[in-house]
Ligand binder design. Sequence first.
Ligand code: PMP
Ligand code: GLU
Length: 397
Amino acid sequence: MDLAKRVSKIKPSPTLAIDAKAKQMKADGIDVVGFGAGEPDFDTPEHIKQAAIDALLGGMTKYTPVPGTLAAKDAIRAKLKRDQGLEYARDQIIVSCGAKHTLYNIFQVLVQEGDEVIIIAPYWVSYPPQVVLAGATPVIVETTEENDFVPVLEDLERAMTGRTRAIVINSPCNPTGAGYPRECLEEIAALAMDRGVFVISDEIYEKTIYGGFEFFSIAQAPGMQDHTVIVNGLSKSYSMTGWRIGYAAGPAPLIGAMTKVQSQSTSNPVSFCMPAVEAALNGPQDFVSEMVARFDERRRYILDRLCALEGVSCFTPKGAFYAFPNFSGLYGHSCRGKAIENSTDLADYFLEEARVALVPGVAFGADRFARLSYATGMENIEKGMDRIEKGILALDR
Ligand code: PMP
Ligand code: GLU
């Protein structure tokens, strides 16, 4: 069947594909350890569920305003004021069907053919395809393990051309766990303002931070609020991936354009999830710190195990819930005649021979690496790491 050309320019989300494959293998009775999914393994807190249940039972089952209810938007405004010290008017906020949808709307209204968008690699899987779907061109700027996966200002400067329309910042970063220091963000902010480049700041891992890392939004840098759109959501901080609630805060014309696109595509996000936005953002926050404390234990455990593997090194994540080890020391080795030459071979090998699902680094633009999500129980992590260790020992040397 003839389909629009733009569809052939993108692939399905590899993170979701690997997660689906591991889940299917489990359903088929195969004992797989899943490190693929980037979603917290905790249940959504009761008080948040109750807010949605009450709304549902109370008859909140109809369309709401396209960008979300006033109450949900006010809860987001209050959160941004409290946490970032930033004030936004109601017409500067939009709620969408997950942060992925928020980002999609942003690219649709901000960029077009001929525009370039700077994406820092290793990057989250959906940025480049979303830029391509909007007709623009992703320009990749690499970061390195040695530099804590933080971009070098000169590299960003070099990548900027007359066509650069925007840059995507994702700190804490999926997949590396990098956390950009405040000074670095202030430098990027100054450069962006100087060059007239708009910043898309994906802050979805704002709350999952470790070891004293202090989160700073680039929108907080002097003069930057008007040049930034903040993207955030409930998926990661409140363990609400299935609820599909994301939001953006930014200049009114941008939010207005996103609202127009949303009005012609999905309309409002689910009505009875709106009171859950208020419950999550303005309710008790102890769930978040307890969850992050569990993630931190797992982070330290998985890091120790990974660093103990021969031929493997791993950056210490400052945020998010992923380990991003460099497995390239294993490339060139083989098992029963099957050679591992890249991250795809590596992920296939671990899935087929060791029954462990991880995401090959190539999905994030970094083929020497693979991503393991530690948003899964400690028992699973221990079992999975034992299997990885055995899998590595089984390689011909
Ligand atoms: N940005 C990043 C960096 C992510 O890891 C995710 C997780 N899927 C998202 C955005 C989208 O989150 P959601 O659509 O579940 O709100
Ligand atoms: N953000 C998660 C991940 O990277 C969920 C998957 C996705 O939305 O692509 O695994």
